[in-house]
Design a protein around this ligand. Structure first.
Ligand code: DGT
Ligand code: MG
Length: 392
């Protein structure tokens, strides 16, 4: 499917889901400078401010020309979401090739520490600020503070955090699912901070699907997330899997997520499970609109090669029923900004409710069931945008 020239020329549209946003844009360095300001606001708990920058960056990512003093005056300054403050930063960048505040922030110890802390799974800006306020600055400080056990090589040891119940109940109840401890997350950090190349994403996908094939042949799957948007290196792997197969006559297979994770764990492929959602007890929501997909957030490791252990990776498995498969694919392809505006567009402009688990009309809760990804766009009255142009 080709993204139309109509979309390509629609770069000033208000919603990110109307614009074509490439992975790398003509104003990439400017976007990186502004992203430091966005990140800084986010780390300092200024969410509204951060969102303002995020919207500005998103509109610049879709702008198809290098910004110059000329087109800045005639066009760029008039793009939506570029308020006075942000316009002055852009101006500064045009003049000097950098933004002074971004440079200052980059150098600040506080920014560096907060940024570092939030690379640890489960630590958000607020927790990071708490840690900073009690004097913690480095990862070593944290290892000491949280009393993480070190191995003979001086490297932190990850305690296993498996939360499947020992008696192999099909789906453990939600109350039995503790969050991954900071201790475990800290020990996993060394691995999890490393980026995942595309070839390894594909290898992980085929290993997972081969295991699933043994449980239930004929399930569909799509690798989503940044990989699908064309990123060369990902922070994690996100896979949308159909909870139905040719084998099941296309009907939803109950508890497939839990069964697969159990199997992967037994095979030594999954080492930690951070979250495992059960299926809904009664499918009560199925008649109108069910708001959550079955999913597992895990740590995954490929089998060793020549006795050499592989890097542990974050793997998210999202299971979708026949009705929800294509909304799940769209909802998990991202980017975050694209998704945010997709939901907003659906609500404000179309009287629809969109999320990964389905699409309904607001006034009568009528469920819309798309038969393809293109169908999702059609039903929301949006022009098709290729996944590689959803990098808002
Ligand atoms: P990265 O960092 O290389 O993994 O980049 P992404 O874009 O793959 O980021 P990621 O993995 O955090 O999220 C993938 C997309 O899935 C993201 O655009 C938004 C969506 N997403 C992430 N978490 C959730 C969630 O809990 N619920 C729903 N509905 N969507 C989510
Ligand atoms: Mg991802």
């Amino acid at each position: 499917l080709i993204t139309s020239t109509k979309v390509l020329s629609n770069y000033a549209a208000r919603y990110a889901c109307q614009r074509a946003s490439p992975l790398v844009c003509p104003n990439q360095t400017l976007c990186a400078e502004l992203n430091i300001l966005r990140l800084h606001r986010e780390l300092e708990g200024k969410a509204i401010n951060a969102l303002g920058y995020e919207r500005a960056i998103a509109i610049l990512k879709a702008y198809p020309y290098v910004i110059t003093p000329e087109n800045f005056e005639s066009e760029v300054a008039r793009l939506p979401y570029l308020g006075e403050k942000i316009r002055s930063k852009i101006n500064e960048f045009i003049k000097f090739g950098f933004v002074e505040e971004s440079q200052t922030i980059r150098m600040s110890e506080r920014f560096q520490s907060l940024n570092l802390f939030t690379t640890i799974y489960g630590i958000g800006p607020s927790k990071a600020r708490d840690l900073y306020s009690i004097g913690i600055r480095t990862i070593e400080d944290m290892l000491r503070y949280f009393d993480v056990p070190l191995g003979p090589d001086g490297r932190p040891i990850a305690e296993e955090q498996i939360i499947l119940t020992p008696n192999k109940r099909r789906v453990p109840p939600k109350t039995r699912l503790p969050d991954i401890s900071i201790k475990a997350a800290l020990a996993l950090r060394e691995d999890l901070e490393k980026k995942i190349p595309r070839s390894e994403v594909e290898e992980m996908h085929s290993v997972v699907m081969a295991e699933l094939e043994q449980l239930h042949p004929g399930c569909m799957s799509t690798i989503v997330g940044g990989y699908r948007r064309g990123k060369l290196d990902s922070n994690d792997v996100d896979i949308v899997i159909s909870s139905f197969s040719q084998n099941s006559g296309g009907d939803h297979i109950k508890g497939l997520c839990g069964k697969l994770v159990r199997k992967l764990y037994d095979r030594g492929l999954v080492t930690n499970v951070m979250h495992l959602s059960g299926f809904h007890a009664h499918n009560a929501l199925k008649t109108t609109h069910w708001d959550s997909l079955e999913k597992a957030l895990t740590v995954f490791v490929l089998p060793p090669v020549d006795g050499k252990a592989r890097i542990r990776r974050r793997l998210d498995l999202i299971f979708a029923s026949p009705e929800a498969y294509w909304t799940a694919v769209v909802g998990w392809t991202g980017s975050r900004m694209f998704e945010r505006d997709l939901r907003l567009w659906a609500k404000v402009e179309k009287g629809m409710k969109f999320d990964s688990s389905g699409m309904t009309r607001r006034h009568d809760s009528k469920l819309f069931v798309p038969k393809s990804e293109k169908d999702v766009f059609d039903m929301l009255d949006l022009e098709w945008i290729d996944p590689t142009l959803r990098n808002a």
